[in-house]
Design a binder for this molecule. Structure first.
Ligand SMILES: Cc1cc2nc3c(=O)[nH]c(=O)nc-3n(C[C@H](O)[C@H](O)[C@H](O)COP(=O)(O)OP(=O)(O)OC[C@H]3O[C@@H](n4cnc5c(N)ncnc54)[C@H](O)[C@@H]3O)c2cc1C
Length: 610
């Protein structure tokens, strides 16, 4: 396996063809007309990433042309929701360009709902515009296909290549085709990582046969983080994991319900409960609880406390809205456009929301950089906006030269969502093309040795299995290897129990983290013995490796930030208060690729918008 090697030499390599990656491919062609632009994607870009199933709303659209919102307003909104902690330069930069993404999508055939009164895009809330979005992903994929020289589908990118003629510069990426087993070597002058965030690093509420039922796409394996971490890039805000309050078991979206259908929540006894926890929350976070809108984590906090107090489950009151046939239709359609499984769950459990108020739940934590949290790589901002500490030459370039990020990969840019991630891809590609042009005739040097060494590492799990399998006559438990599913469950258990998952009500502390970090380190040693039965399992093995690296980063960051900044996302039991005096800052980490040691530091959070 891996004997057939496919080489590709290009100017710009895009890793991951989701929202960020498709935006990057589109824009790279615009600025780099004569450049070779390649996309390497684990699945198939037509139905890959978090938007695979479609969406019902584009969650980030300013509407500046109609005077609805300005980029500054969005920075204030994201800052407020993240309890002060965002990269305002990156957020502003995304917001000032994001509307044009919406306009492109419409031009490419995405059907938008329009207001009958104004003719403008129909708003769901202040920032969201409603779409008939089942085909959202194929539409943006088509734009990428028309732009890139080649799209390689079914390639699991496992490692970045490094330039050997200059320290700390990227030289491309390697991976394998999950169907043919071919080894793929992409030598590139610039790489844009847009490989999405991480689900399944914490134990999901649904286990066993239902373990795929998570809110976040189960195939999002933290590759955007792991690839960057392996290459020595600095990461930021990795402690800032996300927990979602969603419909129970199907994780169907609640945005349209709250904003459009005007449904509301209550506890099991029919009472409003958020005000019950006002004083408790104020004691933890001070005046942040008085902010409007209430930050997402603080609403989760009230939910979690109410359930802990024995007054769960929390219900969404749908019975009133669903009496209106139009709203009833919107309620169901909302799922059909993006989470069909929620409708199936309700049907299978005899829940008709017209007569029964469905239960909500809080999800297991995930790691994302583009939703209501902002974990990711520490990237340069744009030249015209960024303070000195936030700028090192090229927009969205990580601390590794030539390595760029978009979407979930980029830290500090919460609330970008699908349109904002696409926009970030465009911004990163524009800068990457400039980087390649500035290189002029300078060559990237990636030796055969580097390529051969990685090949050896990548396919080793197949050998581990082949050899170890001879030692047992049946079953799945071997003295010589660990299967990816076994490793995944072990990882999820460690993260759940020690780093603040659902079974401990999102609670952790310094002692738990210390132990969790030690267990993750042991797991890293054991990964050498991972066994893969076939190519699909080889992909699972590398997904596990990426999840493990992401988890280590999350645990290190959670240990470093000695406060509870986002109650409702997680709690540091030994530091139960928000501490603006010491922790009104961003957290940074770097894992030394040679020694594998982590170093942590603080970075200033600059408020560049009033
Ligand atoms: C459940 C859910 C609901 C959402 N709802 C909305 C909404 O209503 N409106 C809205 O605007 N936004 C919504 N979002 C946000 C939006 O989907 C994300 O912000 C956006 O998809 C992030 O873009 P990305 O490119 O970073 O990641 P993705 O779009 O997830 O793309 C990542 C890509 O990388 C590929 N990949 C992963 N690993 C590898 C690897 N190792 N090698 C090669 N390729 C790899 C994946 O297959 C995928 O194609 C939602 C997100 C989720 C999870």
């Amino acid at each position: 396996m891996g004997t057939n090697t496919v080489y590709e030499d290009c100017d710009v390599l895009v890793v991951g063809g989701g929202m960020g990656g498709t935006g990057a491919a589109y824009e790279a062609r615009y600025w780099g007309r004569d450049m070779r632009v390649i996309v390497a994607e684990k699945a198939n870009i037509d139905r890959s990433g978090a938007v695979a199933q479609g969406l019902y709303a584009i969650n980030c659209y300013m509407g500046t042309q109609w005077g609805e919102n300005n980029p500054e307003d969005h920075v204030r909104y994201a800052r407020n929701d993240l309890m002060g902690m965002v990269r305002e330069d990156l957020a502003f930069d995304m917001a000032r360009h994001v509307d044009s993404a919406g306009h492109k999508f419409e031009e490419w055939g995405l059907p938008f709902m329009k207001s009958a009164d104004t003719g403008r895009y129909l708003r769901e809330g202040k920032w969201q515009i409603m779409i008939h979005g089942e085909s959202y992903k194929p539409i943006v994929a088509n734009a990428a296909r028309n732009s890139a020289d080649k799209i390689y589908n079914r390639i699991m990118v496992t490692h970045l290549l490094m330039d050997e003629s200059r320290d700390n510069r990227v030289g491309g990426a390697v991976g394998f085709n999950c169907r043919t087993g071919d080894y793929h070597v992409f030598r590139a002058k610039a790489v844009i990582v847009a490989a999405g965030g991480a689900s399944h690093i914490f134990k999901p509420r649904s286990v066993g046969e239902g373990m795929g039922r998570t809110w976040y796409a189960p195939w999002s394996s933290g590759s955007a983080y792991a690839l960057s971490i392996q290459a020595g890039a600095k990461m930021t805000q990795m402690e800032n994991r996300i927990v979602l309050a969603r419909f129970k078991d199907g994780y169907g979206p609640v945005g349209a319900y709250f904003l459009h259908l005007k449904t509301y929540t209550q506890n099991a006894y029919g009472n409003e409960y958020e005000s019950t926890w006002y004083e408790d929350t104020k004691a933890m976070v001070g005046e942040y609880i008085d902010h409007h809108p209430t930050p997402t984590c603080l609403r989760n906090h009230a939910f979690i406390q109410e359930v802990k107090a024995g007054r769960g489950p929390i219900h969404m009151v749908t019975k009133e809205a669903f009496q209106d046939p139009h709203l009833e239709e919107v309620g169901w359609e909302n799922f059909l456009g993006m989470t069909v499984s929620q409708a199936v769950v309700w049907a299978s459990q005899d829940i008709d929301p017209k007569y029964i108020n469905p239960e909500l739940t809080t999800s297991e934590p995930y790691v994302m950089g583009s939703h209501a949290t902002c974990s990711g790589a520490w990237c340069s901002g744009p030249e015209d906006l960024s303070p000195e500490e936030y700028f090192w030459g090229y927009n969205r370039m990580m601390t590794v030269e030539g390595l760029f990020g978009a979407g979930d990969a980029v830290g500090g840019t919460a609330h970008a969502f699908s349109s904002g991630s696409f926009t970030e891809g465009r911004l990163a590609a524009k800068a990457a093309v400039k980087y390649v042009k500035d290189l002029k005739n300078e060559k990237i040097n990636v030796t055969d040795k580097q390529i051969d060494d990685l090949r050896e590492i990548i396919y080793k799990p197949l050998d581990n299995y082949k050899i170890g399998r001879n030692e047992i006559v049946g079953g799945t438990v071997s003295p010589s290897y660990l299967l990816p599913i076994q490793g995944l469950q072990r990882l999820e258990k460690v993260m759940d129990e020690y780093v603040g998952g659902t079974s401990v009500n999102y609670m952790t502390n310094d002692k738990l983290l210390e132990r969790g970090i030690a267990l993750l380190d042991i797991m890293e040693e054991d990964f050498e013995h991972i066994g893969a039965e076939d190519l699909h399992q080889l992909m699972r093995a590398w997904e596990l490796r990426h999840r493990l690296l992401t988890s280590q980063s999350v645990a290190q960051h959670t240990m470093f930030r000695e406060e509870t900044r986002w109650p409702g996302y997680y709690y540091r039991g030994d530091k139960m208060k928000l501490d603006d005096e010491n922790w009104h800052c961003l957290t940074l980490s770097r894992r030394d690729p040679e020694t594998k040691k982590w170093t942590m530091e603080k970075a200033p959070v600059y408020h560049i918008v009033d």
